[in-house]
Every structure is written in structure tokens, then in C-alpha cells.
Design a protein around this ligand. Sequence first.
Ligand SMILES: *Cc1c(COP(=O)(O)O)cnc(C)c1O
Length: 365
Amino acid sequence: MISVSSVDLGAGVEDLVLDVLRSGQLAQGPMVERLEKQFCELVGTEHAVAVSNGTVALIAALQALEIGPGDEVITSPFTFVATLNAILSVGASPVFADIDEYFLIDPSGLSAVLTGRTRAILPVHLYGLPAAMAEISAWAAAHDLAVVEDAAQAHGASVGGRRAGSFGVGCFSLYATKNVTTGEGGVLTTDSDAIATRLRLLRSQGMQTRYKYEIQGFNYRLTDLQAAVGIPQLDRLAETTARRQRNAMVLTDGLEGIEGLHLPSSPAGRTHVFHQYTVRVDDSARLSRDALADALLQDGIGTGIYYPRAVYDYDCFRAAVPVFPGSHPIAERAAKQVLSLPVHPSLSDGDLQSIVGSVGRALHD
Ligand SMILES: *Cc1c(COP(=O)(O)O)cnc(C)c1O
């Protein structure tokens, strides 16, 4: 079976975890600090603040910016539900702008959803391809809005030579399937001293020094045991990312020219880190998206549908999310057509050829 994701923690991880166990310091400590330094270097920001997961990173970013009830946050309708849950959990109102052909929020649709209550824009760097951050940053600055980046899938991705997570408050996930994992974990990145200070306060009960409370806080901390799992992966992230990119190239070379199959592409100046290799299967293809997934499964190839619906399109959100049906046609079409093929760094050349062969057999006459 070729699975759609795989975990490879790298050499050295067991020794590092044992160091933590033997140190007796299991909660946040020097390993978390080491992981934060690695993120500063990776993203190129002054500060990195590790937290317990990516959802908490998004929540903490909004809280640090003091976004709450009465405020609107513009985001993508085509994302993992954590993006929406974070906005709702601080009491703010999500507002959706449709995506473009790259599955990313379309900057040309932003002005249409701007209101006097808009406080922030929250682009999602879906599948590892960063959103149009030059355009989005300029637009946000012109309208005095904060930028929070959902970079949960985009460790090391870049736009115009600048890393994802360095344009606003960057929010990364270290969940088990992400390009860097600690099992559960998250990291925020920022150049702002004030926001970093607030994030550190929020993370630890509002305390700078013990029992001296500055603001109302939470416990958002990551443990040293978790951080130790992530450190060796960050050391070789350039290598594993290059492997993902190479695998994507092999898939694209093998799959080009199939009727009804749209392959992923990147706009000029943006570096895709291929958290997922996601194709679109349109109505002119020989099989439907779901039938293609079944055919691949028959050949022992796992796939994923990220995501099967627009994020707001669930009964539990209808009351909280005032959207107009059909107002995000590109996101809704994507939800019906996307299929992610395995692209992870542990794939062999044989695995890649099996995937190409299986898709080809399924979609050619
Ligand atoms: C994984 C993910 C998150 C949430 O991260 P967790 O660590 O699972 O809480 C948020 N947004 C996107 C786009 C994600 O893929």
C-alpha cells in the first residue's frame, strides 16, 4: 500500500527524546527554545513562539491582535476547518472571498467583502503553495488590516524570496501529517516585539514572571518531549522539501496531457513545498473524481480529498456563518473535483511510477 502521507522522523530523534526523558524536564524548556530558534531561521522572523497545536496558533494570533466580537476576518472558503473554528472561537465573524485556480484566496475578490468591521485577512497557504502575499499585504496595509497567515501546510514555502509566515503573524502546525511534525504542535512567527510578548503571555496564563498576571491567559504550551521530535526534521527540512518537489515533478511529467485532469502549478515567484500534490478531475475526464480514487485504491494507492466541501457548508455552521449559497463557485467546484496523490519524501521511484501508471490506466481509454 502506498499511503498519502508517511512519517519519517529522521536520525537522532531517539537520542534527543531520551535526553529530555533523562533531564526530568518534560514541560516547556530548552528543547522548545531550540525549536523556536530553528523556526526563526527558517521563516526569517525575529520571533517564534511554540504552542500546543496549529489551531491554538491561529486562535492565539487573533487574540494577540485583540480581534473579537464585532470584528470581521476575511478568509478562504476552501481550507481545513481549524481556520474557521479559530475565527469563531474568538467571537469574530468569518467572511469568505473565493479562491483562484491555485486553490488560494483571490486578491481580486477582497475589496468586494471589505466592510467597516473588517479587522484582518487570514490567507491559507493551501497544500504548501503560498497565497499571493505581495498583493494581499499591500491591500491589507492600504486598509489598515492585520495579516494572519495560515501556514499550517507551508513550512519553508516562499513568495518573492520571502518565507511564508513572515508577511504577517505566521501560524504553523506540527500535526502528525504535516511537513514537520511533533505529533501535535504549533508555532507562531512574527517580527513584532509587541505581538511576540503578547503571544508568550497568552501561552502561559498571562504571566511574565511567576504569579504576576499581566493579562488573562491560557495554557498553550508545547512540551520539550514534543519539541525534541521536531528538531531533527527541521535540520533536514531543505532536503525533505526538495524530495517532495522532485516527486511532484515526476508525477507532473508522467501525468501531463490526460483529458480532464488538471495538474498543480505555481505562479511565478512562489515556491510550492508540496504538502499535498492535488489534481482536479473535471467532467470531461473518463472517470469521476471519486471513481478515480476507488481505482487507485484497487491498485493499493491511497489518496485524500482535502476538502470535500466549502468550509462553511455544514449544518453546524449555518447559524454562525452568514454566507450566500453559490457565492464561492470556484471553491465549491474545487471541493467536488480535488484529489491529492501521494507526494511525501518516503516514496520510491517505483512508487511514483505505480501512481502514474494507475492514474493513466484509469483515465485513458
Ligand atoms: C493542520 C491545519 C490546521 C490546524 O493545525 P492542528 O495542528 O491540526 O491544530 C490549520 N489550518 C490548516 C490549513 C491545516 O492544514
